[in-house]
Ligand binder design. Structure first.
Ligand code: CP
Ligand code: NVA
Length: 298
């Protein structure tokens, strides 16, 4: 039966670690210049309703390195759901290609794609989740800290798609997750209800105090631009800056999924500082997605 990767909950704990192992091997091969054209002659279609640097380039490059081919479909190319229905698009693509990755507004769109496609569908970000990002982030944490055991991650900022996928991962992998958001910007309640290892607070100082990893994301996600100005004031105390980091007591590392809005959720001195691993993290988007694609097509 085909598998999809729409939500972090589509994987079990053991499967996540299988993908991490596979990713480690693929990364080593890439670094050593050993060819690994495991997906030779396979084609990935990438549907984008929103902009992207990392997701687009890493999926496309990953497919090239695996010996396959990737086709980029910009919003205007297929006008998903308008020029033709989502199920019809999925049924057409299933006849030609091997894999679909979609970055969409509504979670329902990527779920409907998966329902009608007979090939695997990967969620490249939607309003509810960004599961490839969280797989990348946790792979990166393991590289830096050896394991997720006894690790506390502090997520500071908007309770958004990235935060929801983190919460899902905490339910599956049982690392500690401290979440600090302003009142009214909390993450999805259903996701929170599924984890025992996430704590929600409105105090960023409390959240960073025992953190090994301090993580943030933009205050305004794509598609929510109308609330950006209003949020700037509300989110000010949640900026990752040297003042807030005085409350951090451990040997913490700084992460951000990028793109960063420097001067908003994070300052230049923090993102460019010695504890920042944001570009190692961004590099791993390439390796983890190769792992995910190979795993789904195995
Ligand atoms: N982090 C991330 O998904 O980046 P892009 O929006 O550039 O793809
Ligand atoms: N939360 C952000 C993540 C960007 C990679 C957004 O959805 O725009």
């Amino acid at each position: 039966m085909k598998r999809d990767f729409i939500s972090i909950f589509d994987l079990g704990k053991q499967e996540i670690y299988e993908i991490f192992e596979l990713t480690k091997k693929l990364k080593e091969s890439q670094k050593k210049g050993i060819q690994h054209k495991i997906l030779k002659d396979k084609t990935l279609v990438m549907i984008f309703e929103k902009p992207s640097l990392r997701t687009r380039v890493t999926f496309e490059t990953g497919m090239t390195q695996l010996g396959g081919h990737a086709i980029y479909l910009a919003p205007a190319d297929i006008n998903l759901g308008k020029r033709e229905s989502v199920p019809d698009a999925a049924k057409n693509l299933s006849r030609w290609v091997n894999l679909i990755m979609a970055r969409v507004y509504a979670h329902k769109t990527v779920k409907d794609l998966a329902k009608s496609a007979v090939i695997p569908v990967i969620n490249g970000l939607c309003d509810i989740e960004h599961p490839c990002q969280i797989m990348c982030d946790l792979f990166t944490v393991i590289e830096k800290k050896d394991s997720l055991e006894q690790i506390t991650i502090a997520y500071i900022g908007d309770g958004n798609n990235v935060c929801n996928s983190f919460i899902g991962a905490s339910a599956l992998l049982e690392f500690n997750l401290n979440i600090a958001t302003p009142q009214g910007y909390e993450p999805n309640k259903d996701y929170l209800a599924k984890t025992k290892t996430a704590n929600l607070t409105h105090d960023p100082k409390q959240a960073v105090a025992d953190a090994d990893i301090i993580y943030t994301d933009v205050w305004t996600s794509m598609g929510q631009e109308q609330s950006a100005e209003q949020k700037k004031e509300i989110f000010k105390p949640f900026q990752i800056n040297n003042e807030l980091l005085k409350s951090a007591q451990k040997d913490y590392l700084i992460m951000h999924c990028l793109p960063a809005h420097r001067g908003e959720e994070i300052t230049d001195e923090v993102i460019d500082g010695p504890r920042s691993i944001v570009f190692d993290q961004a590099e791993n988007r390439l390796h983890i997605q190769k792992g995910i694609m190979v795993w789904l097509l195995k």
